[in-house]
Design a protein around this ligand. Structure first.
Ligand SMILES: [Zn+2]
Length: 274
């Protein structure tokens, strides 16, 4: 008897299971020189393109691939190839459902592949939204930050070799969780996840079904901005189609040092790349 695996998106067991890349392989190959990243579950950096093997062919081909296509086009259009400084701004036009579903499916894939035992799993609550079967946007809020590029001279100053050649721009691709130190002591109930692609950071707040509402979201946002020291962040409004992003005060280094999984890995990664 063949036991069919349940699809992580549609829950069906009668479709063939396929490999779904956490972030599309074609995307990484085109825009990032290496598909190298730290995989918590394997406790190592890997050259491979991490995949999850629990998505049926139907969901993969009919839904998730379309989201990848949408995001590739979005990226191609807006991601800056020039240095972003504190005065930079970029206007983006977006299709909220597609952009948010891409962000959420990437985080859901990552959560299944690379979970942390002390972080609650919440992404499965959004699988119907990702598939386009549920259009309620109450369970999450997405904020976008345009981070500055790391100053070339700053990198040189911290590097042991003073004559090191530093490129003008280093693009990062990271998926992670923002956990504040006091949350580790009291237990994590409010969940913040992020995706960094080049200068764009998508911050995702996963709201608990029993605590929905604007006042709760406002409290979370205020605290998040304060603890993470973010000067500027923009709400990705489901009711709008365009947004002007102004650069924030932070670089990727500022961003990651506030997270429990960040500091070590970003400095390791920079050392390897330079
Ligand atoms: Zn499926």
């Amino acid at each position: 008897m063949i036991i069919m695996k349940k699809c992580a998106y549609c829950d069906k067991t009668n479709n063939k299971i396929s490999n779904e890349h956490i972030i599309s392989k074609a995307f990484i190959k085109k825009y990032y020189e290496i598909g190298k990243g730290y995989i918590n579950a394997e406790e190592k950096y890997t050259q491979n393109f991490p995949t999850v093997r629990d998505v049926c062919i139907k969901c993969n081909n009919e839904n998730l691939n379309k989201l990848d296509t949408y995001f590739r086009e979005f990226y191609e259009k807006y991601i800056p190839t020039y240095v972003i400084n504190e005065l930079s701004e970029i206007k983006i036009e977006y299709d909220f459902n597609k952009l948010s579903a891409w962000v959420l499916k990437t985080l859901y894939n990552s959560e299944r592949k690379n979970s942390y035992s002390h972080l609650p799993k919440k992404m499965h609550r959004l699988k119907e939204y990702i598939l386009g079967k549920d259009n309620r946007t109450k369970l999450f809020k997405i904020y976008v930050e345009l981070i500055r590029d790391i100053d070339k001279e700053e990198i040189k100053r911290h590097h042991p070799d003073p004559n090191i050649e530093v490129p003008d721009k280093i693009d990062y691709l990271r998926i992670g969780n923002t956990v504040f130190s006091d949350q580790l002591e009291t237990g994590v109930t409010d969940t913040f996840k992020y995706i960094v692609t080049s200068n764009f950071v998508f911050h995702v707040f996963l709201l608990n079904p029993n605590e929905l509402g604007e006042s709760k979201a406002k409290v979370l946002l205020d605290r998040y901005l304060k603890v993470a020291n973010i000067s500027r962040i923009s709400f990705l409004d489901p009711l709008k189609k365009a947004l002007t992003l102004k650069a924030s005060n932070r670089t990727i280094v500022d961003m990651l040092e506030k997270t429990f999984e960040g500091e070590k890995h970003v400095t390791d990664r920079m050392r390897e790349e330079l």
